[in-house]
Design a protein around this ligand. Structure first.
Ligand SMILES: [Zn+2]
Length: 253
């Protein structure tokens, strides 16, 4: 089985799991890229997985279902009318046609009931964790978002991170402002810039990469704490306050 990105809108990826006969798609915000790919590759659609209710992640589902009826998994507590299989923490998603199984993790913050799918050493995390960044906190609290990122941090370093958008290079500009002396970040920027120069995605990254370079996962690092304090002009030390400060800073960066 392989995992391929289909581009949608300006910078969304619809992650497509496929073998020679079947496919499943994650967060199809648009139908056309999926319909074109399934037709070109002569694949049968086995499942649709949604991470959260934003239109750029679920907007294509109804149209895809018209010609490719299949189960639609997604967060139990979000308004997604096309869901057939609402899921939450502790549930498992099995896609026998692909020999794939995922555990569902609740990771609220960006939206009220955002979920991630973890399996095959891969994490589909929508708009919660980005390469070198994280999603905006729209419906939850900074405490919830921090706890969600902390939950993802507990997964193994080799976990491949498939997030919803190609934001990596822009995120790195901010990450460098937070941690100007982070050598791993500089090396990663060089590598990812080279990928973008060739028109390739910077994703998936690995959780190991994120732990070394993503400021939102590094709220206990002295350099990140110091930058948060400089931004706020105050003295804070607890990781949730540090997270909240750098999230706020990034919004205006
Ligand atoms: Zn979103």
């Amino acid at each position: 089985m392989k995992i391929v990105p289909l581009k949608a809108f300006k910078d969304n990826y619809i992650w497509t799991l496929r073998n020679p006969t079947h496919a499943a798609v994650v967060d199809p915000g648009e139908a056309q890229p999926v319909l074109d790919y399934l037709a070109a590759e002569r694949l049968q659609l086995a499942a649709i997985l949604a991470t959260h209710h934003h239109p750029d992640h679920v907007g294509g589902i109804a149209e895809i279902l018209r010609s490719h009826p299949c189960p639609v998994y997604g967060p139990k507590n979000e308004p997604i009318p096309t869901l057939t299989n609402p899921v939450s923490e502790g549930d498992h998603v099995r896609i026998p046609e692909l020999g794939a199984e995922f555990s569902v993790l609740d990771i609220p913050g960006h939206t009220r009931a955002h979920i991630a799918y973890y399996g095959l050493e891969s994490l589909f995390c929508g708009d919660t964790l980005f390469a070198c960044g994280c999603g905006r906190v729209f419906e939850g609290t900074p405490e919830q978002m921090y706890a969600s990122l902390d939950k993802l941090l507990a997964l193994p370093d080799q976990t491949k991170v498939y997030c919803g958008h190609e934001y990596t290079l822009a995120n790195m500009q901010f990450a460098k402002a937070v941690e100007p002396a982070n050598a791993a970040l500089r090396a990663r920027e060089k590598r990812d810039q080279a990928l973008r120069d060739r028109g390739l995605p910077t994703l998936p990254s690995t959780l190991g990469d994120e732990k070394a370079t993503n400021p939102f996962l590094r709220c206990r690092e002295p350099a990140v704490v110091e930058s948060a304090n400089k931004y706020l002009g105050s003295r804070i030390g607890d990781p949730v306050s540090v997270f909240s400060a750098i999230r706020q800073w990034k919004n205006t960066f």
